[in-house]
Structures are given as C-alpha cells and as structure tokens.
Design a protein around this ligand. Structure first.
Ligand SMILES: *Cc1c(COP(=O)(O)O)cnc(C)c1O
Length: 380
C-alpha cells in the first residue's frame, strides 16, 4: 500500500526545534515567557494590528471575545452557518443562543444581504444580537467591507473568525484585522501550527490585557490567590509559542505552496472541463487574496455525467488519499436543531457537492502524480 496522503498535515521547518530547545535550556516551560511575547509581536506585525494575545486554541479565543463583549445567558449571537462547529460552540458555553446566517456564492461565506434581513428583523423585535461571527472558510476572505458596514449600521460588534485565513487579505488588509476582535488558530491542520493554539486580536489594548487576565485564571493583584472574576486556563505555553515562532518565519512560503496546489488542481480540472465536465472552484473576487488553505471543488452530478463528490472521495480513499466533504452547515447539525436560521440554499448546495482535496504545503510532485492518476480513472 502506498503511504497515506493527508488532507492538511503539519509542515515543520528547521527553526521550530531550536526555539523549543531554547525554552528547555532556559526553563521557560510555562504558559508565559519570551517565546509567547515574541510570537505575539510577530502575529501583530503580520496582521498589521495593535494587540494580540496568544491562547491555547482558536476556540478559547472566540470564547474570550464573547465574554469580553458581555455575551450572557439568553443573548443571541449571529454566526455563519457554513463553518466548523468551533465557530459556534462558545456561544453555547455562555448560555447564549446562536442564529445562523447562510452564505453567498462568491466567497462561500456569510451573505451580507441575509445578515441585513436578520438584523432588521432582530431590531424590529428589540432583540439585536450581541455579536456577529463571520468566517473566512478555507482561507477565502468573507465580504468583510459589506458585513462591517451593515454591522456598524446596527451597532453590533463583529468577531472575525480568521482561524483558516492567516496570510489572506482583502486589498492588502490582512484577515484577522477587520473585526472588533479577530481570531486565529494554530491547530495541527491549519496553515501554520503550534500543535494546538490560537490568538485573539484587537485594536483595543485594554480588552487584550483583559483577555490575558481572564486566560490566566483571573488572579487579582495580591500576594495570596484572590479572585473577583471567573477565570480560564486559556494561555499559550512558552514551549508551543517556540514552535509558533519557527512556523511564523515560514508562513509566506506556506501560502505560496498552498496557492501553487490550487493552481495545479485548477489546471487539471480545467482540462477535464474542456472534455465535458463542469468542476467548479472557490474563486477569488477582485482584490481578494486567499491563502488557499484547502483547495475545494464542487461536483454537481447533473453537469458531470452523473459523477458525484463521493465517487471522487471514495476513489481517492481506495488509493490511501484523504479528501473530505465541505463543512456540514450548522443549521443541519443535530446539536443545533433548535436554532433560528436565515437560509438561501447556498450552504446546503456547497455541502451536497463540495469536496476538499489534499492541500498540504508539503505535497510532493510524486504525490500529485498519484492523485491525478487516481482521478484519471473517473475523468475519462
Ligand atoms: C480550526 C477552527 C476553529 C477553532 O480553532 P481551534 O484552534 O481548533 O480551537 C474555529 N473556527 C474555524 C473556522 C476553524 O477552522
């Protein structure tokens, strides 16, 4: 059996271990230390933002953002339906209620038109949401300018879930820097990784200081342990921040590699489309720049001689090649069956026909050959 080709495996460079060894040599084995500070500085420069707190995960960053915005039991929070469950779960941690908003077809992310409809209705019912969570799926920036304009009109802050979009931008403004809060993730499958980790971004120094306070058990200034608030253990460890420093140096290489993957797939499927197939991609709107974290295709059997997404997935699987359906929208998830949703059919269609292809920045020419040879069985 050929070795497994993974969807998006970690890709470690030469300096990560050097930084980790440094942490060991200096005994900074704790959720604070010089690597944490340097990693935060690096992220701040990269996202052209003012303040960054390195945390234990992207999920904890979203949770802290909600806490800092005062989201409480019974409040509502609008969230993109087409996403990974971690975008929405922290809403429930606060006892608040998510309302899911469908996507538009250009970027596959939150539809500003539906958002406007939902906000207007919420205003009419005197129940505006406490926050809005758009997501940049697969690295493709959401229509942030429109979303922010509408959110401002109703005075609702935006938590920008940029977990998949480090290195992406709109007109050179980096993803993660648009929202009142921005959220990053460094989980093992993301474009750069600390094995597990995340970050919270804001222009507001006090709020990021507050995030650090809450993330380290909310300890008051006193020689003994005294607490006036409920705290969390959400800070990033200095060892993992060392991995992050090494990874951050490689980010632009990783973006280039993933964008090259996209071009290779695009060429392959464009050739098939000329032969009568109709495979679609997540296209970049003008002035949008995606890190192409994952290359995704849409395979509608109606226009592909009956060929389905699952035909492709299972054929790849038989050759030990991992691929995966696009995110199942939150409004379709059993755990969220109680929610109110604003839908237009877009994310249902994306989930029905969409497939993520192997997209690691360490994919070799050899592995690409294996993938294409395998696809050739179906496209002939
Ligand atoms: C990965 C991811 C998260 C959560 O990040 P973790 O670091 O895994 O907690 C949140 N939202 C999206 C869209 C993600 O892809």
């Amino acid at each position: 059996m050929n070795s497994k080709i993974w969807l998006s495996p970690p890709h470690i460079g030469l300096n990560e271990l050097k930084y980790v060894n440094e942490a060991f040599a200096t005994n900074w084995i704790a959720p604070l230390g010089p690597h944490v500070n340097e990693f935060e500085n690096g992220l701040q420069k990269l996202t052209k933002s003012s303040h960054v707190a390195a945390l234990s995960s992207g999920t904890s960053a979203i949770h802290l953002a909600l806490i800092l915005l005062g989201v409480k039991a019974g409040d509502t929070v609008f969230c993109q339906s087409f996403t990974f469950s971690a975008s929405a779960n922290p809403i429930l941690y606060q006892g608040a209620i998510p309302v899911f908003i469908d996507s538009e077809i250009d970027t596959w992310n939150m539809d500003p038109i539906l958002l406007k409809v939902a906000l207007e209705e919420a205003k009419h019912n005197n129940k505006l949401p406490k926050a809005i969570i758009p997501v940049h799926l697969y690295g493709m920036p959401a229509k942030m300018n429109q979303i922010l304009w509408i959110a401002n009109e109703y005075g609702v802050p935006v938590i920008e879930d940029a977990a998949e979009a480090l290195g992406s931008n709109i007109a050179y403004k980096p993803c993660g820097s648009f929202g009142f809060f921005g959220v990053l993730s460094f989980n093992g499958n993301k474009i750069i990784t600390t094995s597990g980790g995340g970050a919270l971004i804001s222009e507001n120094a006090e709020l990021i200081e507050r995030a650090r306070f809450l993330a380290t058990q909310a300890r008051d200034l006193a020689p003994h342990y005294q607490h006036s608030h409920i705290g969390y253990n959400y800070r990033m460890s200095n060892v993992l921040a060392g991995i992050g420093r090494g990874q951050l140096e490689l980010l632009s290489d990783r973006v280039t590699a993933r964008r090259n993957n996209f071009v290779k797939y695009m060429k392959y499927f464009t050739k098939q489309n000329k032969a009568g197939f109709h495979i679609q991609f997540q296209e970049e709107p003008k002035s949008y720049y995606s890190n192409r974290w994952l290359t995704c295709i849409l395979v509608d059997p109606l226009y592909n001689n009956g060929l389905t997404r699952d035909d492709i997935r299972l054929t790849l699987e038989s050759e030990n090649i991992e691929s995966r359906p696009l995110w199942k929208p939150m409004h379709q998830q059993p755990v969220f069956s109680f929610t109110k949703n604003y839908l237009n059919g877009v994310s249902d269609k994306l989930f029905e026909h969409g497939l993520c292809l192997p997209s690691g920045s360490n994919l070799t020419e050899n592995e690409f050959e294996r993938i294409f040879k395998c696809l050739d069985i179906l496209f002939k």
